[in-house]
Design a protein around this ligand. Structure first.
Ligand code: CMC
Length: 391
């Protein structure tokens, strides 16, 4: 074969052409389909953003109504799925449960597997947008020992998610506006981020023409890792640890800089952003607003702000251009909304779903070839086989 270029971690290799998300890491710019993330987070609903990412344009009211009506028709999940959920031990991590349930959906929706036309594609997408929030809510409710409910079709997409997650039996659940707006914003901020680890996974799995649900299930597994979406859980655990250790942020800054110590400042650094992560800016402000509006005081927020301040003045972080990323403050908001730490990355997955779908759809519509990287072989040359008694 010809000369293979080696680029571990694909630090400088483009895997595709894409018209979905624009990211400029030097200047801290993020746009979905050309629209600034700041505008979308402030002015749009999550479902509008989902439509924008997947279909390329902001929807008219009529298009949005049609999308949501189609979703509502598909929002049931096969009863047998409850048995699968029941089979998990209570201690199961919600990300593992969610990826398994997403994969299990294939068995109950076989028509969504082979997508040959745009119409097939649309139907598979609607099914997933409808059923995925139910799986998320069930995962939480199972963990909390609560009965598994369905949604309330009179609510918006995001408010329905809140109700499915948090409604206690025999309670007349009222959606809190502050909570609803905060969740809407967080989901939008997480909705896409071009060719990150989980999205690349979705595209590469989908490139073999495995179905949408299988591709998304693989994406969930990729997102789980602490270097990726799992960072939001790891951040809160780190902040809690620092708090319990007397709040000595300097000590942990030192650990993060020590190359002998595996500890990293979770929620800091990014492969592409060498400047402020624009999402982190919005989330930091939102964390303040949400905690104030809900009257919550969380000492962990002060520790986070203290760490950020120290890092921005420290030559180790300055030289390496390490800034807070999307995961640094998001967990503080999730926690204020009553979401358990182990569910944080599940919330990230819920937000990322439209992006994964949009990227999968783009990959299929562009008829991209199967993803199949090459390698540089560094193993043994030819060796003579030895009988087991002679090894
Ligand atoms: N704490 C301490 N040092 C760090 C950190 C950190 N959080 N992040 C990077 N560095 C150092 C790293 O040790 C290396 O130093 P040196 O050049 O002396 O060897 C340098 O900065 C470059 O880092 P890298 O690991 O080569 O960069 P990468 O692009 O491979 O990794 C990253 C990017 C996000 C995985 C990494 O910054 C990291 O592990 N951060 C903590 C985990 C985290 O917050 N992840 C969430 C990412 S954003 C949202 C998402 O994807 O979910």
């Amino acid at each position: 074969g010809g000369l293979i270029t080696l680029d571990p971690g694909f630090k400088n290799t483009g895997s595709c052409e894409s018209a979905i998300t624009f990211l400029n890491g030097e200047e801290g710019i993020l746009r979905y389909r050309g629209y600034a993330i700041e505008d979308l987070a402030e002015k749009a609903s999550f479902l509008e953003v989902a439509y924008l990412l997947i279909f390329g344009e902001l929807p008219t009211q009529q298009q949005l109504d049609k999308l949501y009506a189609d979703i509502k028709k598909e929002s049931h999940v096969d009863e047998e799925m409850k048995k699968i959920l029941d089979g998990f031990p209570k201690s199961a991590h919600p990300m593992g449960v969610l990826s398994s349930l997403t994969s299990a959906l294939i068995a109950f929706n076989p028509s969504a597997v082979n997508v040959d036309s745009e119409e097939d594609m649309y139907n598979a997408i609607i099914k997933l947008l409808a059923k995925f929030p139910v799986l998320v809510a069930w995962t939480l409710r199972k963990r909390n020992g609560q009965p598994l409910d369905y949604g309330d079709s009179s609510l918006t997409y995001v408010d329905n998610i809140l109700k499915m997650m948090f409604k206690k039996p025999s309670e007349n659940y009222e959606v809190n506006k502050v909570v609803s707006e905060a969740l809407n914003k967080l989901l939008i901020l997480h909705a896409d981020h071009e060719q990150n680890c989980s999205t690349s996974t979705v595209r590469i799995v989908g490139s073999s023409h495995a179905g949408l649900f299988a591709s998304i299930s693989a994406g969930i597994s990729a997102l789980w890792g602490p270097l990726h979406g799992g960072a939001n859980q790891a951040v809160i655990e780190m902040l809690e640890g620092i708090k319990q250790d007397g709040g000595d942020t300097k000590k942990y800054m030192q650990k993060a800089k020590d190359k002998e110590d595996p500890f990293r400042l979770m929620g800091f650094g990014h492969r592409v952003y060498k400047n402020f992560d624009p999402r982190a800016k919005i989330i930091k402000k939102s964390a303040d607003d949400v905690l104030n509006s809900l009257g919550i005081e969380d000492p962990v927020l002060d520790i986070a702000k203290g760490l950020e301040k120290e890092a921005l003045e420290d030559s180790y972080f300055v030289d390496r251009k390490l800034y807070p990323n999307v995961d640094f403050y998001s967990g503080i908001i999730y926690r204020a909304l009553g979401i358990p730490t182990e569910m944080f990355t599940v919330m990230f997955a819920l937000g990322r779903l439209p992006g994964w779908i949009a990227q999968w759809r783009e990959m299929r519509l562009r008829k991209e070839p199967i993803g199949r990287p090459r390698q540089v072989y560094i193993g043994e040359n030819h060796r003579e086989f030895k009988d087991i008694n002679n090894r």
